[in-house]
Design a protein around this ligand. Structure first.
Ligand code: NAP
Ligand code: GLV
Ligand code: GLV
Length: 320
């Protein structure tokens, strides 16, 4: 009997096909829809491997019903959607997709900074709506990236790739991280700052830390109040790291100049969310790693990790 692999989303056949010869592979086929919870639990109960998305909650209940399960491989570098303790207790290996998405996500982060600072979304929406009547001397004026001060909270793989790009824009880079990165400081000229100092000084505050018990709600009213009135807040990490209501209030009352968000506490964000009423917010539907090459590279990592575990070999990017 072939071992069973269940994939919680429809993936391109080229990413899945190499597994079909040796394994019994099935997936949630409904395009554009997350797997319903009852289907996930039912499928997990007979699967040897689960290939999961960041939108799936892989909690203790899943591990408890998944009696054959050997591996969970998540199509993301972030793994806050998976209960690693429960995985360990049940002897299940969990893997993720670091490194291959670093540069692509850094590109998107820079794009979102540019989009927010130069009001690109607003300008494009107006043009398409027939609102471009004439060239205006002070039309769509925004903030400059070049020579601005960039503050990165969470200086890991992606943070460093963003900081490297910032050098091309002649930006000064401050960072705040759990661990000091002495080597990168001297190699790239970054400066370490305490969180308060980073918030007070930066023109762009960019969050790239993982969602953990420590970072949940780390940026709220108090932190936004410390930022400059001309500053821009960017979140490409996870929505739950910030207090969205407090961000809304800081933007509404012009305590900060603008925000660019790729991630939200609830995804998709509700269309009546207060943040979507503000002109100085740019929003994207969680597309940090979304280039064709990178998504296929992430899938290749998941596929190899699953095959390795099912063959009794050591997988790459093991979290448990
Ligand atoms: P990484 O290399 O692990 O970097 C994360 C950094 O955050 C590490 O340097 C870590 O410090 C630091 N950190 C952890 N807890 C902290 C805290 N309490 N205060 C300050 N810094 C803290 O991860 P990565 O590959 O760069 O990815 C970062 C995150 O980006 C992922 O976890 C994911 O949530 C998000 N992401 C989003 C997208 C998207 O589509 N929007 C795409 C990819 C990733 P240490 O050095 O001490 O560990
Ligand atoms: C995307 O958000 C990821 O964590 O890879
Ligand atoms: C703008 O297009 C300019 O020429 O300044």
């Amino acid at each position: 009997m072939k071992k069973r692999i269940y994939i919680t989303r429809r993936l391109p056949e080229e990413a899945v096909e190499p597994l079909r010869e040796h394994y019994d592979v099935s997936m949630w086929e409904q395009e554009g829809e997350s797997v319903p919870r009852d289907v996930l639990l039912e499928e997990a109960s007979s699967a040897h491997a689960l290939w999961t998305m960041l939108s799936d909650t892989i909690d203790r209940e899943v591990f408890e019903c998944a009696t054959q399960l050997e591996v969970v491989s998540n199509l993301a570098v972030g793994y806050n959607n998976i209960d690693l303790n429960a995985a360990k207790e049940h002897g299940v290996i969990v893997t993720n997709t670091p490194d291959v998405l670093t540069e692509t996500t850094a590109d998107l982060t820079f794009g979102l900074m540019m989009m927010t600072a130069r009001r690109l979304g607003e300008a494009e929406r107006d043009l398409r709506a027939g609102e471009w009547k004439s060239w205006l001397p002070m039309g769509y004026v925004g903030m400059d990236l070049y020579q601005a001060k960039l503050g990165i909270i969470g200086m890991g793989r992606i943070g460093e790739a963003v900081a490297r790009r910032a050098r091309g824009f002649d930006m000064e880079v401050l960072y705040h991280n759990r661990t000091r990165r002495h080597e990168s400081e001297s190699m790239y000229g970054f400066t370490y700052a305490e969180l308060d100092e980073l918030l007070a000084q930066s023109d762009f505050v960019v969050v790239l830390a993982p969602l953990t018990d420590e970072t949940r709600g780390m940026l709220g009213a108090e932190e936004f109040a410390k930022m400059k009135e001309t500053s821009i807040f960017i979140n490409v990490a996870r929505g739950e790291i910030i207090d969205e209501q407090a961000l809304y209030e800081a933007l509404k009352s012009k305590k900060i100049w603008g925000a660019g968000l790729d991630v939200f506490t609830k995804e998709p964000i509700d269309l009546d969310h207060p943040l979507l009423t503000l002109p100085n917010v740019t929003t994207l539907p969680h597309i940090g790693s979304a280039s064709i090459r990178t998504r296929l590279a992430m899938m290749a990592l998941n596929r190899d990790a699953i095959a390795n575990v099912l063959e009794g070999k050591e997988p790459k990017n093991r979290l448990t």
